[in-house]
Design a binder for this molecule. Structure first.
Ligand SMILES: Cc1ncc(COP(=O)(O)O)c(C=O)c1O
Length: 405
């Protein structure tokens, strides 16, 4: 629950920016931050130094990331992690003596708005256009079965969106492509999940061409999709994985990049300057450690999967038949509804109409996330089934009474 300045309460059905997975104002997390400040609030990790919380957190993180991804670099934000991932990919090929520099990403993707990441982001072209891409960024068609950019139907499409990656790399020239970055479920793009065959096939294609696969788990990581990391849904191990947001459940700014043994061994001994005074900040590492303990000890991920299943069933049964709900997609507690003017044309209503949903949510005591034509449901993972039911009961009339045509 969150309260505004007038004392009115709202159910946070967005977890703010899909980061407050453990809910707001947990005292035990705040106490860990205070204890770390009292004990040792800062030492630099530049030039190979470390600190105890960073080492302890690394050891814990190795236990939950996909096997073989247990070398970490700590950052402050998600975009910061993605930026470092690109630099790692660039350096990896430089050390190997290959001139690979192009970065592939998907349309409708979001990887941050930094100088180095804005070019990879597929949405917000307007915002990122202010800052021309830094490096060679190329976008390819994304997965989105309801609005397939290739005008195919799942499953007869043969996962053309993944096959296109193969075609693209072959034709663009595999010798110059460094990496392919993708979110395991598109987040800012509206909670769009891929068909199950997509990532296993993408893994095969990237391995075949020696292109590094970067899974951007900044939004999906740490239980959001009902698994610790979303790539676990398909048993896919990327070469690089970026994390942030729920890594500290929104209590502090923090992020991480995980890299494979192969990349680690290739880069060992190389000069690498990811460059931030706050990399490995001990307070953030201590908080991340506590947050990870809570995910595991309180079985938060299993709980999220269970409540997510219940919510999905209700959305499918009660919300999908509504005249202005076109589709439902997503995994775990990261579920998106497509708001359409008309189910036949799939036309998306304008911003003033979708903003109405958002405003009606406020009136009903709901803090909603409405992105473009998508209503995104991502409450903190600690939500009980009863609370989720109450949220859906309040949301239903808002959507049932929508007048869009
Ligand atoms: C998948 C993904 N990558 C990167 C980012 C950027 O993270 P930050 O806002 O912490 O820079 C986001 C933020 O929403 C994200 O969802």
């Amino acid at each position: 629950m969150i309260k505004d300045t007038e004392g009115k309460e709202y159910m946070d059905l967005s977890s703010q920016l899909v980061n407050v997975n453990l809910g707001h104002s947990r005292k035990d997390i705040a106490e860990v931050a205070k204890a770390q400040i009292d004990k040792m609030m800062y030492t630099s990790t530049l030039r190979g130094y470390a600190n105890v919380p960073a080492i302890e957190y690394s050891q814990k993180l190795t236990q939950v990331v996909p096997k073989g991804l247990d070398h970490f670099l700590f950052t402050m934000t998600g975009a910061d992690a993605v930026d470092c991932a690109f630099k790692i990919a660039n350096l990896y090929y430089k050390v190997k003596g290959e001139r690979r520099y192009k970065i592939l990403s998907l349309f409708n993707s979001y990887h941050g708005t930094l100088r180095g990441t804005g070019g990879a982001t597929g949405i917000l072209k307007g915002a990122c256009a202010e800052c021309p891409p830094c490096g060679d960024h190329i976008h390819i068609p994304n997965y989105f079965c309801y609005r397939c950019p290739l005008h195919k139907e799942y499953p007869s499409c043969g996962i053309e969106c993944a096959e296109f990656l193969d075609y693209f790399i072959e034709n663009e020239g595999k010798d110059n492509i460094a990496c392919f970055i993708a979110e395991p479920e598109q987040g800012a793009g509206g909670f769009v999940s891929p068909p199950p065959e997509y990532f296993p096939r993408v893994r095969e294609i990237c391995s075949k061409h020696g292109v590094l696969l970067i899974a951007d788990e900044v939004m999906t990581g740490f239980g959001r999709t009902g698994k610790m990391f979303a790539v676990e849904h398909w048993n896919v191990t990327p070469d690089i994985m970026t994390m942030s947001k729920a890594i500290v459940s929104g209590y502090l700014p923090f992020g991480a990049v995980a890299i494979s043994d192969d990349i680690w061994n290739t880069l060992k001994g190389q000069f690498f300057a990811p460059g931030s005074s706050e990399s490995g900040n001990p307070i953030c590492c201590a908080v991340a450690s506590k947050v990870l303990d809570i995910y595991r000890e309180e079985h938060i991920i299993e709980h999220a999967a269970e409540v997510g299943k219940h919510v999905r069933e209700r959305l499918e049964r009660e919300f999908l038949p509504l005249p202005h709900i076109g589709s439902l997609s997503g995994l775990g507690l990261m579920l998106g509804l497509d708001i359409v003017v008309d189910k036949k044309t799939k036309a998306t209503p304008g911003l003033e109409k979708t903003n109405l949903i958002w405003r009606r949510g406020f009136e009903q005591g709901l803090y909603l996330r409405v992105m473009g034509g998508r209503l995104c449901f991502s409450p903190p993972l600690v939500i009980t089934q009863e609370e989720a039911d109450e949220a859906l009961d309040r949301l239903y009339p808002i959507l049932a009474e929508l007048k869009l045509s």
